[in-house]
Design a protein around this ligand. Structure first.
Ligand code: PGA
Length: 261
């Protein structure tokens, strides 16, 4: 796992956007895994800016979102369909038919989840999966005790996640209790994982995910088993890391490191 500490949210977002842009410039038909939440907003904004400056083209890109609330219509302001269109898809040249987001209103969840998994494979698998992290250590909506080999399925949200996400809804009771989410096993199959985290509320979860044991209690700790996982954090989210000096040393020394490709 590579841990990169950036001075603030803007620097974290722009580095993550740079990784996405580099991928698209070497593989224009790449498959991107998208995440929602407040954290990736800066990353999407930066990608939109790069697109406007014609530095990145989405015309051949395919996307798969991690998750969606169950019961929210695609037009609901808090649905992840709506979020993605508002903050990203409506600003770039991604063909609508290349956008995949789990359905929160299907009549047959098991069949839909199977189809979603199959569709990812048919598209060649995810090249780069963007991830956030919950204060309970989740990736996607893989709440504590989710199997580390889980696949796309229906999940019941944890109390902590419902509390965290209540800020987006009028009242706590409006937060959906269920979500459809890619599993940890699904996420681990992406060729590269890029997790972004910002702010002191994420410091404990980041320390547990990066330096704690691999455990289904902190599903982000599964990144430790991935061959190409990059964790980009700002200063506040890095506050609980014990090996911080080492991560900074590695990053500073990186340009001079021997290359194998
Ligand atoms: P946030 O959510 O970016 O809104 O903090 C992260 C997550 O729950 O994955």
């Amino acid at each position: 796992m590579e841990v990169i500490i950036q001075r603030d949210y803007e620097a974290m977002s722009s580095l993550a956007a740079q990784l996405v842009a580099e991928l698209l410039n070497t593989k224009p038909n790449a498959v991107l895994g998208m995440a929602t939440g407040s954290t990736p907003l800066g990353l999407y904004k930066e990608l939109v800016r790069l697109h406007e400056q014609e530095q990145v083209d989405f015309s051949r890109v395919t996307t798969f979102n991690l998750d969606e609330y169950v019961g929210l219509n695609v037009t609901h302001p808090q649905s992840y369909h709506h979020f993605m269109h508002e903050h990203f898809f409506s600003h770039v040249n991604l063909p609508p038919q290349n956008i995949n987001i789990p359905s929160g209103t299907t009549s047959n969840y098991p069949a839909f989840c199977q189809w979603y998994e199959k569709r990812i494979v048919e598209c060649g698998g995810i090249d780069l999966q963007i991830l956030g992290i919950g204060t309970d250590g989740h990736i996607g909506f893989n709440e504590p005790t989710s199997s580390l080999s889980s696949r796309t399925r229906l999940k019941t949200l944890s109390k902590q996640t419902i509390d965290d996400n209540a800020r987006f809804f009028e009242k706590r009771e409006d937060v959906p209790v269920y979500a459809i989410t890619m599993g940890v096993g699904t996420i681990l199959e992406a060729r590269r994982l890029v997790l972004v985290a910002s702010g002191k509320s994420k410091a404990t979860a980041i320390a547990q995910a990066v330096e704690g044991p691999v455990t289904s209690m902190i599903t982000a700790s599964a990144l430790q088993m991935h061959r190409d996982a990059i964790v980009i954090v700002d200063e506040a989210a890095a506050a609980g890391l014990k090996m911080r000096e080492y991560y900074e040393f590695i990053y500073a020394a990186k340009p001079a490191a021997p290359r194998f490709t």
